[in-house]
Design a protein around this ligand. Sequence first.
Ligand code: C2E
Ligand code: MG
Ligand code: MG
Length: 759
Amino acid sequence: MSIRHDALRLTLMYMLAAGVWIFFSDGLLVALGLSAQQMERAQLLKGLCFVLLTSVLLYGILHSHWRLQRRIRRALGASEERLSLALDAAEDGLWDWDLRTRELFFSPRYSALLGLQPEELGGTREAWLQHLHPDDHAHYRQTIAELLRSASQEPYENTYRLRHRDGNYRWIQSRGRLLLDAKGRPERFIGTASDITQRRADEDSLRQAAAVFDATQEGVLVSDAAQRIVHINPAFSRITGYSATEILGQQPNLLKSGRHDDTFYRTMWHALQSRGAWSGEIWNRRKNGEIYPQWQCIRVIHDEKGAISHYVAVFSDISALKRSQRELDYLAHHDPLSNLPNRLLFTERVEHALERAQREQHHGAVLLIDLDHFKHINESLGHNVGDLLLKAVGERLKEHLGKGMTLARLGGDEFGLLCEDCSNAEQAADLAQQLLDCLSTPFQLIGQELFIAASIGISLFPGDAQNVEQVLRNVDSALFKAKSSGREGFAFYALELTEYARQRVELVSALRHALEGNELRVHYQPLHCLSSGRLIGVEALVRWQHPQRGLVPPGEFIPIAEDSGLIGAIDAWVLAQACQQMVAWKTAGYALLFVAVNVSSRLFSRGELDKRVAQVLADTGLDPACLELEVTESAVMDDPDAAQALLERLRDLGIRLAIDDFGTGYSSLARLKRLPVHKLKLDQSFVCGLPHDKDDVAITRAVIALGHSLELKILAEGIEQPEQVDFLRQLGCDYAQGYHFGRPQPAELLNLGPCTHKR
Ligand code: C2E
Ligand code: MG
Ligand code: MG
C-alpha cells in the first residue's frame, strides 16, 4: 500500500520536474533569441542533458533498490534459518495454511512428528484431516470455524490426536496465529505443532498420583533429609488428628508412642540405611494421646547425586484390623450358642497340653461328655428349647471346673473337657462323676423342669495316647463304651481303668454313706509291756461294717478316704469314739493307761489337728495323758518344720506322740532327735522276719538302739510268734503289739483285766 503510494508520488514528482524542465527550458531558449540553427543545436543538447540526468537518476534508484533487496533477502534467509533451527531445537513442526489458495504447508519436522515424509501429509486440509482422531474432529472444526469467523488475532492453541505411521495416535499441541489481509479478512494461518504425548502421559500419571495421594486411606508423611515433615496427605490428618499447619516443619518423633525401646528404632534405621526401606508394625500416638498400631512402610528417596533427599512413610491404622482379627479369632474358636471354645480351640489346647505333659512328665485327661437322648428334647420341644438346654448344660458344667480345665462344645450335644492336671484315673473318674451328678438336678427352662443325663468317655494322656488324634479317638471309643454299657455313666479308654475307677467312685459314695449311716466301727488292739507282759494300752483301728461285703479292713478304704477328703471326718469320728471309750473304761475302773489313735498324713499336713484334738478332749473330758496319737514317719518327714511345730503344740496339750510304721520312710536322725515324740512303732515288716532274717534282726536291733539313745520307747508291731516276743525282749524292746497278744476287737469283746499297772 505505502509502496504503491511512494511509487506514485515519485512518478508524479518526476513528471512535474520533467514537465517544468521542458516548459522552462524551452521558454529560456526562446528568451535567448537564438537563431534557428543555434536553437536546433541547443534543443539537441538539452535533450541529451535530459536523457543524461534521467539516466543518472534511474541508475541511482535502481542501484539502491537492488541493494536494499539483496539486504532484505539476506536478512530473510538468516531469519528463516534461525526460525528453522529454533523449531528444530524445540522439536516443533511448522504449518502454514494459505487461506486464499487453500494450500497447507508442513515443515519436514512436522511430518516427522508423525513418522511421515512431508508429501505423505498432503498439501490440503482435507488430506490432513484424514490423520485426525475421529473423536477430535468435531472440536477441531468448531474451534477453527469460530476463529475464522471472528478473525481473531489472539494466539491460537489447540490439542488433538494425530495418527502416527505406527498406527497409534499422538497428542499434538498446535499453537499459531491468524493473519489478516488489508481488509481484515483472514488470509493466512500459521503456527507450530509439538508432540506432547509423553508430557500428557506424565501429567496424567502425576494427576493420578496426586489423586491417589489425596484419596488414599493410608496416611502419607514426607520428611526431608533433616527429618522435618514437609508434606502430609488428608488421610494422615484423619488418622493422627494433626492438621498440615500443626505438623509441617515438625519432627516425626512427635508421633512416638513410647512403646518401643531404642533397639526397635535402631533396627529400623539400620534397615533404612542398608536397604533404603523398612516396613513393620509400629505403635504411634494420636494428637488426642491415644496409642494405636500402624503398619508402616518407609522409603528413602535419593537425589540425582545419590544423597538422601527425603523419607516417605506410608502407614495404615491397623487398630480396627487388630480388633476385627481378635473378633474373628474369637468367632473362629468359639461356639456361638454356648460361647464355649469350639472343637478347633479344644483340639489346639489338647495338643498343647499333650506336649506339656510329655515335656514335663505329668498327666492329664480328656473327657467327652455326650448328653443322653438329647434328640428327644429337640423332637418333642423344638430346637429352640434344645438350644436353651445346651446353653444351660454348658453353664452348669462350667461351674464345676477347676484351674487348668477347658470345657468346649464340640458340636451337637457333645462337650469336651480337658483337664490338664489329672494325676490318676480316680481323679478323672471323680471329676466325671461330679459332672454326672451336677446334671442330675433338673433344668428350669420355659417354665418347666427338664431332665437330662450324660455319658462320659475318658482318655488319659500321655499314657493312653501320644498325639492329639489318638487322644480324641480314644475318648470317642471310651464314650461309645459308656453309651453301650447303659448310659448315664462314664468309661475309660482302657477297660481295666473303667472298672477300677468305677469301683473307687462307688466306694467313695458308699463310704460317705457309711459315715452318715453309722457303718463305721472302732476295734481296739491291745498293746503290751514286753518286760512285764502286762496290757498297757490299746490302739484304736477303724473298720467298715459294709452291709453286703461285711467287715472291710481300713487298708481298703483309708486311701480312698484320703483321696476324696473323707479322711478328716473319719479320723475325727474315730478320735471321738476312742476318747469316749477310754473315758468309759476309766470310769469303769480299768487300769488302762492310754488309747492310741491313728492320724492320717493328709490330716496331719493341714496343721489344725491340735485344735481338733483339744476340742475332742474338752468334749469327752479325757485326760490328755491317756491319749496317744500315731503319726506316720512320712507324714512327719514330708514337711519337717511344720511337723515339728504341730507336734510341739500337740505335746503341749499333754498328749503322747508315737511315730507309726517306723523304718518304712526316710527319717533324718537330726530331725528325729528334736521331735517331741515319745515312742517309735517298729513296722511289722521288720518284725515278721524275726528272729531268723538277718536283715530284719539287724534293723530291729539298730532301731531299738537308736530309739533308746534318743530316749524314746520302742514298740514292735505285728508280733505273731512267741519266739518273736522272746527275741524282742532280749533286744530290749519296750512294748509289743500283734495277734500273739490279741487281734483288734470291738471294745466289749476286749479282755482288759483288772490291771493297775503304771507305765
Ligand atoms: P497301723 O496303725 O500300723 O496298725 C496296725 C495294723 O497292723 C492293723 O491293721 C492291725 O490289725 C495290724 N496288725 C496288728 N497285729 C498284727 C499281726 O500280728 N499280724 C498282722 N499281719 N497284722 C497285725 P489294720 O487294722 O488293718 O490297719 C491298717 C492300717 O490302717 C493301720 O496301720 C493304720 O495305718 C490305718 N488305720 C487304721 N485305723 C485308722 C484310723 O482310724 N485312722 C487312720 N488314719 N488310719 C487308720
Ligand atoms: Mg497305728
Ligand atoms: Mg503301724
